[in-house]
Design a protein around this ligand. Structure first.
Ligand code: URA
Ligand code: SF4
Length: 210
């Protein structure tokens, strides 16, 4: 079974993990990516936001959510009254999975499969261990599957406070909210409606007792 496990150093802090992930060979995705993209944000962040995997821009820059989806996510956090400074943002899978449309041409995103999600999960568990978040956001199906298991369905589970599964170290009583991925907003026929739905789901974080 593929796993990042043996590449995760014991007792490492976030900076040491960010360095170690560059040497991960836990699944084949490291081969074609430029670099691994670890999470970013304040070490004291109380909200942990989990996306899918780095996109084309993130793969080149080495930082999560700095491309088009990240810009939209920033707008959504803003509209929901949430301060991005309070967040730590990461991805379920740390290397960019893509196929080339033609030699030297644009790189086309491919959704990571369950084996890759499972292989990469030890890095995500360590990010939880370092942050012990009080609130967790799962953006889209891949993040939902990484956190809640393969039967997760975003259409059925979005926007309602859920418990954080035990294998992810979190603050006592921590709440998880799943919503759509910002890329799904960019692809939607009715972008305004999709954006409003994303914002509504994020707004539930403002009243964790709801
Ligand atoms: N999409 C993601 O899920 N994560 C990123 O970092 C960028 C785009
Ligand atoms: Fe390791 Fe995750 Fe990259 Fe696979 S995607 S090589 S498990 S860091």
């Amino acid at each position: 079974r593929m796993s990042a496990e043996e590449y995760v150093p014991e007792g490492a802090d976030l900076d040491e993990l960010r360095e170690a992930v560059q040497r991960c060979r836990g699944c084949p995705l490291y081969r074609d990516a430029t670099q691994a993209v670890f999470g970013a944000g304040a070490a004291g962040a109380r909200i942990l936001v989990v996306g899918e995997q780095p996109g084309d821009v993130e793969d080149r820059r080495g930082e999560p959510f700095v491309g088009p989806a990240g810009k939209l996510l920033d707008r959504a956090f803003d509209a929901a009254g949430l301060d991005r400074g309070l967040m730590y943002v990461t991805n379920a899978v740390k290397h960019f999975k893509y196929r080339a449309s033609a030699p030297g041409k644009r790189r086309i995103h491919q959704t990571p499969d369950q084996r890759e999600i499972t292989a990469c999960r030890p890095w995500l568990v360590e990010e939880f261990r370092q942050l012990r978040p009080a609130q967790v956001v799962a953006l889209g199906a891949t993040a939902g599957k990484a956190l809640l298991g393969p039967s997760f369905r975003v259409t059925q589970q979005r926007g309602v406070p859920l418990a954080v599964p035990e294998e992810f170290p979190a603050a006592p009583g921590a709440v998880l909210v799943a919503t759509i991925h910002p890329s799904a907003v960019l692809r939607a026929d009715d972008r305004d409606a999709a954006f409003d739905g994303l914002v509504r789901d994020l707004e539930t974080l403002r009243s964790p007792a709801a």
